[in-house]
Design a protein around this ligand. Structure first.
Ligand code: NAP
Length: 445
């Protein structure tokens, strides 16, 4: 047995994503090579009898992990990479397997998603941190599976979720996202664009259709998603306007309708009425027939009024929980107030739905004290939970967009290459409306 080093460099990775695994080798004649990359188990089936079997403690768990398309070993070329294979600093379409004894092999990596070898630009991040961790990188252009649609992205939009994922914050979220570094290196969710190709079982769309929707990895030139992640873009909206809608619309709609049980004629207060979620919530609440008060700062009073709010409250001058007004429903897109504050501002039988997040102690208060207050009192106060993207709600909002009852509010636009700046601006917490990422179609972004 000889100890060695297995260096993995998948076609979709950037230099920052390079990973190494210690391996041992033997020549028992078996023909399967197993290894893990980004927590997924891969198998290489060797076509050359002479290929050594590689095994590692982790790879020895062959058969565990998620099934992935086997990578076909199509080349077997001696090379001189040894441990100095760090020299492969530019993206390569190879796996380099190097051994201490000076022998090495390039294993060509024909990723299933990229048989044609076509590349595209996408925003990636290999480590948690500030917007500086975001890079515009070359990655494989995806190809749609049977039930998927390939969309050429024209515009995407940023959400607080993107900077939470970028920072791996709050820390608890890392249980899902990856403890030390992100499992999924791609960011973005909202997008609008044109269908370029469809899988064999797709029935709702065809190439050329203009669509909008919600798919992870939207900060890119192309995305693939299930057809149910999309809807046809309303003709009266630009790609940028359509891309601004999905996440904030799911959040506002599900919070007001499903958790808040909004009814016509109710008095509804929207805290954070000038942000992405708030601008949508004010308009949705109006479309449900409510009398709406919007809370924002001085500079956004006109904006919130223009969205249809019947009353506007400047939070820099007035505390909506202490002005004597009471509401049937409070929709909080900020999440900065105490449970006692909400209780004071709610009518008996009133509900408070909290969508926003500020600090962990506040969050725990909303969960624990809110639940206790809801159980023991005559008001309901609690989190709405994470909004769930779905086509039914996307179509519901689309109808309102077509009718002009919900009008997207766009604050700023940034080209794909400046996504880090867009996220930096959004993270400062004072966007009014949405921050858009534009994706030029000439590969210049
Ligand atoms: N539950 C879910 O599934 C879900 C989904 C999406 C978003 N969210 C959460 O919802 C929150 C809002 O998201 P967003 O997209 O609307 O964020 P956003 O666009 O960044 O919201 C920024 C807005 O918040 C306003 N604001 C800041 N402090 C305020 C205060 N003390 N009182 C009233 N308004 C204040 C700002 O107005 P000024 O500049 O005037 O201060 C700004 O217009 C975030 O916490 C996000 O994480 C939850």
């Amino acid at each position: 047995m000889k100890e060695g080093l297995l260096m993995l460099y998948p076609a979709s990775s950037t230099p920052g994503l390079l990973e190494y695994w210690e391996v041992s080798t033997s020549t028992t004649g078996a023909d399967t090579v197993c290894f893990q990359y980004n927590h997924l188990l891969y198998q290489l089936r060797a076509v050359y009898r002479s290929t050594p079997v590689l095994s590692t403690t982790k790879a020895a768990k062959a058969g565990e992990g998620r099934a992935l398309p086997p990578l076909k070993l199509v080349g077997f070329t001696p090379c001189l990479c040894k441990r100095t294979t760090h020299a492969l600093a530019a993206p390569q379409r190879f796996f380099a397997v190097a051994f201490d004894d000076g022998l090495g092999h390039f294993l060509q990596c024909p990723s299933k998603a990229n048989r044609g070898g076509i590349r595209m630009k996408a925003v990636v991040y290999a480590d948690y941190g500030s917007p500086d961790v975001l890079q515009l990188a070359e990655v494989d252009k995806p190809t749609p599976q049977d039930n998927q649609v390939l969309v050429k992205v024209y515009a995407a939009s940023a959400n607080p979720l993107d900077w939470h994922r970028m920072r791996g914050a709050p820390f608890l979220a890392r249980l899902e996202e990856g403890l030390r570094k992100p499992k999924n290196p791609r960011l973005g969710a909202d997008l609008a664009g044109r269908v370029e190709a469809v899988g064999s079982s797709v029935t709702q769309f065809q190439p050329g259709d203009e669509v909008f929707g919600c798919v992870t990895g939207a900060f890119a030139e192309y995305v693939c998603g299930r057809e149910t992640a999309f809807a046809l873009k309303p003709a009266n909206l630009s790609f940028e306007e359509a891309a601004s809608v999905p996440v904030v619309a799911f959040t506002a709609l599900q919070g007001l309708r499903d958790t808040g049980h909004i009814q016509p004629g109710q008095t509804v207060l929207v805290n954070g009425a000038s942000g992405g979620v708030g601008t949508c919530a004010v308009q949705l609440a109006k479309s449900f027939g409510a009398e709406v008060a919007g809370v924002c700062s001085t500079r956004n009073l006109d904006l919130v009024r223009s969205l249809g709010a019947d009353h506007v409250i400047d939070y820099t001058r007035e505390d909506f929980t202490r002005n004597g007004q009471r509401y049937d429903l409070i929709y909080d897109a900020v999440g900065n107030r105490s449970v006692a504050d909400y209780k004071r501002a709610l009518k008996p039988q009133g509900r408070c739905v909290i969508a926003g997040f500020t600090t962990l102690p506040r969050l725990f208060e909303h969960i624990v004290v809110g639940a206790w207050m809801s159980k023991t009192g005559n008001r309901t106060i609690g989190l709405m939970g994470v909004a769930k993207p779905n086509q039914k709600d996307l179509l519901f909002v689309k109808a309102l967009l077509k009718a002009g009852k919900v009008v997207p509010v766009i604050d700023r636009r940034y080209p794909l290459r400046d996504t880090a700046e867009a996220i930096r601006y959004l993270e400062a917490g004072h966007a009014h409306g949405k921050v858009i990422i534009t994706v030029e179609q000439n590969n210049k972004t």
